[in-house]
Design a protein around this ligand. Structure first.
Ligand SMILES: Nc1ncnc2c1ncn2[C@@H]1O[C@H](COP(=O)(O)OP(=O)(O)OP(=O)(O)O)[C@@H](O)[C@H]1O
Ligand SMILES: [Mg+2]
Length: 363
């Protein structure tokens, strides 16, 4: 177990800023996930920690030691890749033992450790199999066993589930979480799948264009997104961009504008609210101290039993999607009908339209 510290890391590739002043610490034993869209720098960051990429500026520390001049094989890390990277001509056991072979272990001890690693990834007794006799999920388990057999200080995983089908992905995801808990190994995990990140992580780092937008627990990232980018990337969010604000902080949205103290002195705001955070309001409902009420025409309704999905065109022209749990019959408005939605003030996210940075104190 070791703490990983990245100090002001930057890396450019011919005109692309792959990492821009990334400064963060992964605590000892933590499951820490890098989340962001394709090309945002996740793999580059992971490879910099591993030592395959050399940063232009900044420092990498593992377990209290600066490792910038330490080669990959001496950094004491386990690596799991998207494409399994196991050797097709070697048995499962030999693949797993590969990490140990370089470390001059006695044979008996090596065999025991391989058997234990295979048990941990739930492939007990498969050491003699060849990789082509395994499913994709099993091959990735071999990759995982090979990474943990050396008992590394840090485990690095780059999209290890992305080549698996949806069902296997969920099964394997739970196993990775259990294994990480059991071993207590500091883990740096890369994914562009926000649900995977939420389910697996102690903390998530959301990145875009080489920059860190937010580091926080899954709850913080979902419920208190630091920027409009995080709000839109993690989970589904309605965004109503660039809404005018009256001098008293009233948002000009809906029939009876309500003042939001956080907006006093601003002239515009970008509002966001999650699909599941709105409720259907009665016809002619007025704004309350707790909620803004907006009205519009229903464009689409889908009833799916325990939930219903609405698409509403507000009178201001903005579009809102709502996801209503346990819908009632009277609220299943048909397309063309008018519908009012209550937007609880406590669930509104406010962002500066110019910078996309969160404005706090909405409630
Ligand atoms: N060796 C390289 N040479 C040139 N450009 C590179 C190199 N490695 C990465 N890049 C560029 O740096 C940026 C970040 O790439 P990186 O692979 O880190 O993204 P990523 O977040 O892992 O994306 P993905 O989700 O698609 O794997 C991209 O614009 C990429 O094209
Ligand atoms: Mg990548």
């Amino acid at each position: 177990m070791a703490r990983v510290e990245l100090r002001h890391l930057s890396r450019r590739f011919s005109g692309v800023q792959a990492l821009a002043d990334v400064d963060l610490a992964v605590e000892s034993g933590e499951f820490f996930t890098l989340l962001g869209p394709s090309g945002c720098g996740k793999t580059t960051l992971l490879r910099t920690v591993a030592g395959f990429v050399r940063q232009d500026a900044g420092e990498v520390w593992i377990g209290g030691r600066r490792v910038d001049d330490v080669p990959v094989w001496k950094r004491d890390i386990g690596l799991v890749f998207q494409d399994y990277a196991i050797f097709p001509h070697m048995s499962v056991g030999d693949n797993v033992a590969f990490g140990l072979a370089n470390r001059r272990r006695p044979r008996q001890e090596a065999a025991e450790r391989v058997a234990r690693a295979l048990e941990l990834v739930r492939l007990p007794g498969l050491a003699a199999r060849m990789p082509h006799q395994l499913s994709g999920g099993q091959q990735q388990r071999v990759g995982l066993a090979r990474a943990i057999v050396i008992e590394p200080k840090v485990l690095l995983m780059d999209e290890p589930l992305s080549n698996l089908d949806a069902k296997l992905r969920i099964e394997m995801r739970d196993d990775i979480r259990d294994l990480q808990h059991a071993l207590g190994i500091t883990t740096l995990y890369v994914t562009h799948d926000q649900e995977e990140a939420l389910v697996l992580s102690d903390r998530i780092c959301v990145m875009q264009s080489g920059r860190v937008h937010q580091v926080g627990t899954p709850w913080e990232v979902y419920d208190r997104p630091a920027t409009l980018f995080v709000a839109s990337f993690v989970g589904a969010m309605n965004v109503i961009a660039d809404v005018p604000v009256a001098p008293g902080g009233q948002v000009a949205l809906g029939a009876s504008p309500r003042a939001l103290p956080a907006l006093a002195g601003r002239d515009r705001v970008t509002l966001a609210i999650r699909l599941e955070d709105m409720a259907v309001a009665g016809p002619g409902a007025a704004a309350s101290p707790d909620a803004l009420v907006v009205e519009g025409a229903v464009e689409k309704v889908s009833f799916a039993g325990r939930e219903a999905f609405y698409r509403l065109r507000l009178d201001s022209g903005a579009e809102l999607a709502a996801h209503v749990h346990r819908p009632e019959r009277r609220t299943l408005a048909s397309p063309g009908a008018r519908l009012a939605l209550a937007l609880p003030v406590a669930r509104l996210h406010l962002f500066d339209p110019a910078t996309g940075v969160r404005i706090d104190g909405a409630a």
